[in-house]
Design a binder for this molecule. Structure first.
Ligand code: BES
Ligand code: MN
Ligand code: ZN
Length: 500
């Protein structure tokens, strides 16, 4: 999909389709909708007066223009209430529109963003929302389909703009959106990939491809190196599988003079059966995606390198399967993490916090600060916040605020949950320093409190994406399956550190 800013209007454009927005409850048709209405003999006014369209958000009508204008198709897109219009809504609407246009076999489409009114979002942000929305909404995972007759792609998206002083900002916005969406789509691919096609070795391969594309330093540690690092918790989880585990370290150095190195940590559990504490069947199939945090962290490195952000970032991905087996971890086993803390494994299905314990210890040991980890950590977080809000935990007010802000501007949502002192006892063991499950109640919180034991005083935030990593239906920018949740947030968060 290519993006371009071009002068012109609905009557001069030569794309297959042209899109004009209408607001709910607006009197009269303005901008593109007005021009389109005139060119098409009043058809949009008719749609509105008959009540067929109300301009409600994401209500999309596709009209065949039958030669009245060059585009074969005219799309009337509902934008909802004018006062509530923002870039999030545009992003989702763009996603809906491309999917519908694809069904109508359009090869190219032009958006007219002249929606009237002052004081709304700027041209760059609107443009970014269009390219993000179009790419994410059109995403499909078809790698394992040997034939696909229905495949159709929109090759070209044009933004119509007659003020050429806006071209640069809009072009830059489109490009930021393209890079961001490309990273999110790569993350979706990795998560959608079945576990036999996305082993820890495959994850390392994807990380290596990205690193070599941008000349990033990368180290992939194997079992022997993990042993040297005394990563007993990660190695414990990896005992049950014959698939080689690894620990991926990627470095991006966009600000060599700067001392600060942001640490990104992503859970890379490529299949979580639960281990000896085996999961019930109905909860197992999605667990090919238990490496979503790792996938997001890897693909964010690709995006920030492309954007050449003036920051330093190191990504850490502990990667393994969690399977039962003759040598697998057993309930009651005691492990020692690389920071020396001992952990009683009361439930082998609480494996995410074990592999993260070693990754967070490594981050602290290497001076990374702040540290942000992303993990499909607890079903409890899904229960608490549903599938639109990820849980945010942090020991640092400013860091938490920066993440909430970054998420909001990218159309992802974080909701902060507490790290209460009073609950710390729930993670205490009678035989070791900690146990790996604090029980059923407040499960997302006790998991986060467990992680906190491994970060010390370093500013740290944990994002639990167990509810948000998969979408159960297609809507807006989300396509049923992996969401790539966190990519848009982290890219914007890191851009906030860029000193340019
Ligand atoms: N990967 C799961 C959490 C999960 C559940 C992610 C559903 C996505 C969707 C994690 O390893 C897990 O099994 N957590 C347990 C923890 C419990 C045993 C303390 C859980 O949430 O049930
Ligand atoms: Mn588990
Ligand atoms: Zn897991």
């Amino acid at each position: 999909m290519k993006f371009e800013v071009r002068p012109g209007g609905v009557n001069t454009i030569t794309t297959d389709a042209v899109i004009a927005g209408v607001f709910e409850g607006d009197e009269g048709l303005v901008g593109a909708a007005g021009e389109l209405n005139a060119a098409l003999g009043g058809i949009i006014a008719d749609l509105i007066s008959s009540g067929e369209t109300k301009g409600k958000l994401n209500e999309v009508h596709v009209l065949h223009t039958l030669g009245k204008i060059t585009p074969r198709l005219a799309v009337v897109a509902g934008m909802g209430k004018r006062a509530e219009w923002n870039t999030d809504k545009l992003r989702d609407l763009a996603g809906e529109v491309v999917r519908i246009l694809s069904k109508h076999r359009a090869r190219s489409a032009a958006f007219d963003l002249r929606v009237g009114g002052e004081g709304g979002p700027g041209h760059a942000d609107l443009s970014r929302a269009v390219s993000e929305g179009c790419l994410l909404g059109a995403y499909q995972y078809k790698r394992h389909m040997t034939s696909d007759e229905n495949s159709h792609e929109i090759g070209e998206i044009v933004l119509l703009e007659n003020d050429n002083s806006m071209f640069d900002a809009m072009g830059a916005g489109l490009e930021m959106g393209r890079i961001t969406a490309a990273a999110a789509m790569m993350a979706r691919d990795m998560v959608n990939e079945p576990a036999n096609h996305m082993t820890p070795s495959h994850m390392a391969e994807r990380a290596r491809e990205i690193a070599s594309r941008h000349g990033l330093n990368i180290v992939v540690m194997d079992r022997a190196q993990m042993e040297k690092e005394k990563m007993g918790a990660l190695l414990g989880v990896a005992r049950g599988t014959s698939e080689p585990p690894n620990f991926i370290v990627m470095d991006y150095r966009g600000n060599p003079a700067g001392k600060e190195i942001i640490g990104l940590v992503g859970k890379g559990l490529t299949f979580d059966s639960g281990g000896i504490s085996l999961k019930p069947q109905e909860f197992m199939s999605d667990m090919k995606g238990d490496m979503a945090g790792g996938a997001v962290v890897i693909t964010v490195m690709d995006a920030i390198a492309q954007m050449k952000l003036a920051v330093n970032v190191t990504a850490l991905i502990p990667a393994t399967e969690n399977l039962p087996g003759g040598r697998a971890l057993k309930p009651g086993d005691v492990l020692k993490a690389s920071n020396g803390k001992t952990i009683e494994v009361v439930n082998t299905d609480a494996e995410g916090r074990l592999i993260l314990a070693d990754a967070l210890s490594y981050a602290v040991k290497n001076g990374l600060s702040p540290i942000v980890d992303l993990a499909t950590l607890t079903g409890a977080c899904h229960v608490a916040l549903g599938d639109m809000y990820a849980g945010l935990f942090s020991n640092n007010r400013k860091l938490a605020d920066q993440l909430v802000e970054a998420a909001g501007s990218g159309g992802e949502k974080l909701w902060q949950l507490p790290l209460p002192e009073e609950y710390k006892d729930l993670n205490k063991s009678e035989v070791a320093d900690l146990k790996n499950s604090g029980g059923r109640y407040g499960g997302a919180i006790t998991a986060a409190l467990f992680l906190q034991e491994f970060v010390g005083e370093t500013p740290w935030a944990h994002i639990d994406i167990a509810g948000t990593f998969m979408a159960d239906k297609t809507r807006g920018v989300l396509v049923k399956g992996a969401t790539g949740f966190g990519v848009r947030t982290l890219i914007r968060f890191i851009a906030g550190f860029s000193e340019r």
